[in-house]
Design a protein around this ligand. Sequence first.
Ligand SMILES: [Fe+2]
Length: 351
Amino acid sequence: MKMSLENIQVGMCVGQDLYTENGQLITPNNTVVTEELLARLKKFKINCVEMTHDSLDDYIFDIKSTAGFKSFQSECTEAKESLTTSLDSILQDNPDDVHIDMIKNLSTLLYENNKKNINLIDMVYSMHEYSDAVYTHSVNVGMIASHLGHWLGLPEEEIKLLVTCGLFHDIGKLLIPKEILEKPDKLTPAEYRIMQSHTSKGFELLDQFPDIDDRVKKVALLHHERCDGTGYPMHFKGDQLDRFSKIIAIADAYEAMTSERSYREPICPFTVVSYFEKEGLHKFETKYVLKFLAKILNSYLHTKILLSNGKEATVIMINRNVKSRPLVKVDDGDFIDLSVNPEIDIVKMVN
Ligand SMILES: [Fe+2]
């Protein structure tokens, strides 16, 4: 809707490309309004602007009166259940009970946040309403990241913070138009740039709340950065990145590949590990990736897989040097070391 400049507030979202009289771009569509932008609009005498929503309040926070919000607390409990189920695959290495308790208490964590700062739970709820896929992904990333934090021996305060980092790392996607966010086909370069802006938009959104930990805000901005400088939006390199962003980057990439998408089946974990082995060791923090892969793959010991030769087999031993190609025992009794049999691949896990 069109709004006059005096009614536009910091945190609202511009719904059009804005140009000066000379045709110079002031700000692109979907920009979150800041004090600086308001000053520029005033400077260029822009009196009326198309906004995507009446206000950010309407969009994100003024939802507590909806029936949906009232049922959210029970959905939180359901989320906790599904979370526990989705984690079963990486919980098979018997982590200690304290950690499982922490994971199972995600909803408690949300309620605690709710008491301290209503905005956090509002934002999680908004994410749930806007896109179930983003919500599920974010919850899973928080879980995976907290596992990785645990495996890396981080203090409990940091492990808990990783859950929050995971929950909010993609919050900027609430400000990406749905037709782009949910487009089943490949994005055009222009659409891809808008999609990438979820990092800076997420940071700007979270940055309006002084109560939110700066490390959570940083992760929203930096979780697509890569240690070799090939990421975005800042093209930072390894030593410029904090450990929370590095951990969420690994969890984010792993979750995105192993979960089912509307346009593809989940990718087999061994294939994902092979991707990390080929590309990930320099793109991600090497010591974090190595620990992650070792722990993840140990959880697949003794599970059934289908080989590309059509035979079913059981994973017997993870090879230290080529973790994606284990020693397997075929159902007819033969052992095959996939690290020295490159012609045979693992096709999928068998339930
Ligand atoms: Fe992201």
